[in-house]
Design a protein around this ligand. Structure first.
Ligand code: ATP
Length: 469
């Protein structure tokens, strides 16, 4: 491992350890990432003794500020683009009602044993007599080779001590496409209810990391199979299942959603677009009906789904800001390009879609492409070809009419000023009528034509312009 410690900071660490007769090790994620060939800038250092004092010795040598977190017994310093965190080796024990351990000084092996997974419990010595040697008492390297998430301690104890580790196990499995050791998986299933002592923020943080992993269904399948999903995000677990009436079933919306999420993840790393994929069919269970002679329908699931978004965001402590609005909008509009792709694509339908989607039109098209999950090759080809047509049309109409981010040439204020009326129902009706006329292509997108249209419309309501009153 020596060759991986070529950065000058490691000889400085070794020198500090040697001069002060303190044992020190690099530990955790940094070591794991060396073996996975993933470069990392966060280095955790564990010393036998006082981590803060050690950090201050190194800080003095580097003439760098040391941030001390006395309550946690940790310290942090930056060196160029690296972030080093220091802690004394610990032995931990837990009580049933808290994630906060009782901490005592310990050996390096005690410290490795308190780590969550064997792949995160690897250490490299920074000491003179065995500098660069890997310290792997729990088989972390084998588990990396076999692509397995396993706990150093018995899994029941590990997950009971700190239930956040259940989410972390699934998150690492999803990020690395590893499998979770069957015993660990059984322990998570058994203790899933203990997730309730973890804060929503921490759970959602892990959930977002699962969503951002290369194949998010790996994590979601584990969340579902262990029963954790039912606790942390019941609306999504509720998508699971198929009802059959008169021999007719519908597709399983849980697995369909996972397929859409995996599909979209090939094209975007945007967390919120991935959230839109998760939520696009979220109201299908609530809107499901069996209609005689017709089969299963989910009428209005896009409206109801869009209305469910704020509540789900609040429940998961996701931000209630423009990101949420973006997700709502995509859920609301997700059927529109599909409907377009099935019909003759008229200019006015395209103009209307562009107006409603605005600058999110590309996101919407990405979502709709990902939503095509039929196994029928012929249908896939047909939809994809039609989407290409819709896309081409969108481009043409946008170039010609500039409808994206467009506002009608006559505002509500103009209407009030011209007719000398106060804000009210008529203003809204006239404004909508102008917008509709332009989107339908009845009049061009120009002020003079819109004005003429407005004066005629006003007449229908018995309004005359101020200049003629
Ligand atoms: P990433 O940076 O991808 O989140 P990481 O492994 O560096 O991965 P951190 O959360 O920074 O994750 O944790 C650093 C190390 O601390 C881990 O490698 C692990 O050894 C240990 N660790 C972190 N959280 C826990 C926990 N809840 N229980 C036990 N050990 C933990």
């Amino acid at each position: 491992m020596k060759s991986h410690l070529g950065h000058p900071v490691f000889s400085l660490l070794a020198e500090t350890a040697q001069n002060n007769a303190i044992e020190a090790y690099v530990i955790g994620g940094f070591v794991r990432d060396i073996l996975l060939h993933r470069p990392s800038k966060d280095i955790d250092i564990v010393v036998l003794g006082n981590g803060i004092e050690f950090a201050e010795l190194l800080g003095a040598k580097l003439k760098t500020k040391v941030n001390v977190f006395k309550n946690f017994g940790t310290a942090m310093l930056r060196y160029n683009d690296l972030e080093l965190e220091f802690v004394g080796a610990r032995k931990e024990s837990y009580r049933a009602d808290s994630r906060k351990p009782i901490v005592e000084d310990g050996t390096i092996e005690d410290d490795q044993l308190r780590r969550d997974f064997t792949i995160n419990a690897l250490a490299i010595s920074l000491n003179k007599d065995n500098f660069g040697q890997l310290v792997d008492p729990f088989g972390g390297v084998d588990d990396l080779d076999n692509r397995i998430i396993r706990t150093p301690l018995g899994p029941e104890i590990t997950f009971s001590d700190d239930p956040l580790r259940m989410m972390r196990a699934i998150r690492f499995a999803s990020q690395l496409n590893f499998s979770i050791d069957p015993e660990a998986l059984a322990a998570i299933t058994k203790q899933k209810e203990r997730i309730s002592i973890v804060s929503t923020e921490r759970i959602t943080d892990e959930l977002n990391k699962i969503i951002l992993s290369p194949i998010p269904s790996v994590g979601f399948n584990y969340l579902f199979d262990t029963g954790l999903l039912h606790i942390i995000f019941p609306q999504m677990a509720n998508l699971f299942g198929v009802d059959i009436i008169n021999g007719k079933g519908h597709k399983d919306n849980f697995y369909h959603t996972l397929q859409v999420l995996d599909n979209i993840s090939l094209y975007t790393n945007d967390l919120w677009l991935r959230w839109a994929a998760i939520l696009h069919d979220i109201a299908k269970p609530a809107t499901k009906r069996f209609e005689e002679g017709h089969g299963w329908t989910f009428h209005g699931h896009e409206d109801k789904g869009s209305r469910m978004v704020p509540q789900i965001f609040a429940q998961l402590k996701l931000p209630l800001n423009e990101k949420m609005k973006y997700v709502q909008k995509l859920v609301q509009l997700h059927l529109r390009p599909i409907v377009l792709a099935q019909e003759v694509v008229t200019d006015s339908a395209v103009r209307r879609l562009l107006f409603d989607a605005g600058e999110d039109i590309e996101s919407l098209m990405t979502l709709c492409n990902a939503d095509v999950t039929t196994k029928n090759e012929y249908k896939v080809k047909k939809y994809r070809n039609n989407f290409e047509l819709v896309k081409q049309k969108l481009k043409d109409v946008e170039e010609r009419d500039k409808v994206r981010n467009w506002q009608p040439p006559i505002t509500g204020q103009d209407i009030m000023d011209i007719f000398g009326i106060k804000a009210g129902k008529e203003v809204g009706l006239i404004k909508n009528a102008i917008r509709e006329a332009i989107l339908e292509g009845e009049i061009p997108n120009r002020y003079d034509q819109a004005l003429e249209f407005m004066l005629n419309k006003g007449k229908e309501f018995g309004l005359t312009p101020i200049t003629q009153q």
